[in-house]
Design a protein around this ligand. Structure first.
Ligand code: FHN
Length: 458
């Protein structure tokens, strides 16, 4: 007669073996070999979202760009101002952003029409905005002593916002990271630095980030360009992160193939999407997923004297230009040391949100437009389940009662103005072109959108 305790022990052994087998399978799987359908499913929310908030925040917000007699620094201040590590570490005792309010940050992003937030969990200086058990170079060693990423994670969950983390491979603090900065080789000799041990440190932190704050939308890698990082290490890290959260999205900067600010990779490189920086590819990047990341002024990290902010009109037209070419827009804010967004950023996010309230359907879930040149603005398009296509005509410089010419010989089955559906809009076909006669309305100051529904594709 088998005793109860024997059955219990047998079940326990089976459970342990199951967990071990699953773990080895998950770790051994090569996620770069997934099918198109699997990737499409994983990328679905991202392709629908089109618009996200980038946040660069850390100790560098304290000097706010100023060191010595210079004021043009940003998040690279420790390297560019050649600040010895012991000097830079003094900033730790000054980090106390008492006005930080995660709910406020998430609300501002949501009200701006943004669907995901990418925040620097650790930038190149190695400082961690989260409570890491593998380093004291983190927010818990500051007077603030609150886990910023945990508070942000809770606020994102509450607001239905996708939380994503930026993580720098390059690390100017960790003793095992190589190479050292040229100017500090004497102050910080390599000693017994072991890059493979640094990779284990990175993996331990990535496990913390995915396990304690997830599920995450994106792991946004950066700092991948130094000679210690290789394609093989990139493939390994891609698979490691996917083994922890298989449906996570990872950008192309996990690997070594990024061509600088162009952000494009070679076919052999891994990463789920390309990352042009501070620029919009002239004709988009056909056939691949891509996201332009851009600052509002000239700095990623907060700089107190940089008032060169792009206007709301420029930012909205950038969003539309990027989306019209099939890309996502990741727009950056560099919060101040107080924990607040700069007022210029707050104002722009609010104004973008007012435009998105009326026009967001012409952004979300759209794909690259079918036309080459549209001098009066841009087009975005959306495929409907019934086989119809909605074309959104974005007129940047709307003149009431003017005409807009589209290079198509198709007639729409329905035409309407997003900002005022009561208006009747006349269209006519002339020499294989569709002419839209614009109603005499007060145009939107940034971008007036006319929607046209067609049967089939354009
Ligand atoms: O060096 C970083 C820089 O500080 C910033 O984080 C940008 C944002 O994409 N990425 C790197 C430069 O390509």
């Amino acid at each position: 007669m088998i005793k109860t305790y024997q059955i219990t022990f047998l079940c326990f052994i089976i459970l342990v073996f199951t967990i071990i087998i699953f773990s080895f399978t998950a770790l051994a799987q090569d996620y770069t070999k997934e099918s198109k359908e699997q990737k499409d499913q994983r990328m679905k929310w991202w392709r629908e979202a089109r618009f996200g908030l980038f946040i660069h925040w850390g100790l560098y917000a304290i000097p706010a760009g100023k060191w010595g007699d210079k004021t043009n620094y940003g998040e690279w201040i420790r390297h560019e101002a050649q600040i010895p590590l012991p000097e830079y570490k003094k900033l730790l005792t000054q980090f106390n952003p008492i006005k930080f309010n995660a709910k406020e940050w998430v609300r501002m992003a949501k009200d701006a029409g943004m669907k995901y937030i990418v925040i620097t969990s650790k930038h190149h200086d190695g400082f961690c905005l989260f409570d890491s058990k593998v380093t004291d170079w983190d927010v818990m060693s500051t007077p603030f002593q609150r886990d910023i990423l945990k508070e942000l994670s809770d606020a994102c969950k509450e607001e239905g916002m996708r939380l994503c983390f930026y993580y720098s491979i390059m690390d100017w603090h960790h003793p095992d990271y190589l190479p050292r900065r040229d100017w500090e080789k004497e102050q910080r000799p390599e000693g017994d630095a072991d890059f493979n041990r640094y990779i284990e440190y990175m993996k331990a932190q990535l496990k913390e980030l995915i396990t304690n704050y997830g599920p995450l939308g994106i792991l946004w890698f950066d700092g991948e360009w130094e000679n210690t990082w290789t394609h093989e290490k990139g493939v390994d890290l891609y698979n490691y992160v996917r083994s922890l959260q298989p449906d996570i999205i990872i950008n192309n900067r996990v690997d070594t193939g990024r061509s600088g600010m162009e952000g494009t990779s070679e076919p052999k490189n891994v990463g789920d999407y390309e990352t042009p920086e501070q620029k919009v590819p002239a004709t988009g990047l056909p056939g691949v997923d891509w996201e332009t990341c851009m600052t509002m002024n000239n700095h990623w990290g907060y700089n107190a004297v940089d008032k060169n902010f792009k206007s709301t009109k420029e930012l909205i037209q950038l969003l539309v230009d990027i989306v019209s070419k099939g890309g996502n827009f990741l727009l950056n804010v560099g919060p101040m040391a107080t924990g607040e967004f700069p007022p210029e950023s707050v104002q722009r996010l609010k104004e973008i949100g007012e435009w998105m309230k009326v026009n967001s359907e012409s952004v979300y879930g759209t794909i690259a437009n079918p036309f080459e040149k549209t001098p009066w603005g841009r087009c975005t398009q959306k495929k409907l389940d019934n086989g119809h296509t909605i074309l959104y005509v974005h007129i940047f410089d709307y003149k009431p009662n003017d005409k807009v010419v589209l290079p198509t010989d198709k007639s729409p089955v329905k035409v309407w103005l997003l900002k005022d559906t009561s208006k009747t809009i006349e269209t006519s076909l002339k020499k294989n072109n569709l002419v839209i006669k614009l109603p005499g309305i007060e145009p939107d100051p940034y971008d007036t959108v006319v929607a046209l529904e067609f049967e089939g594709s354009l």
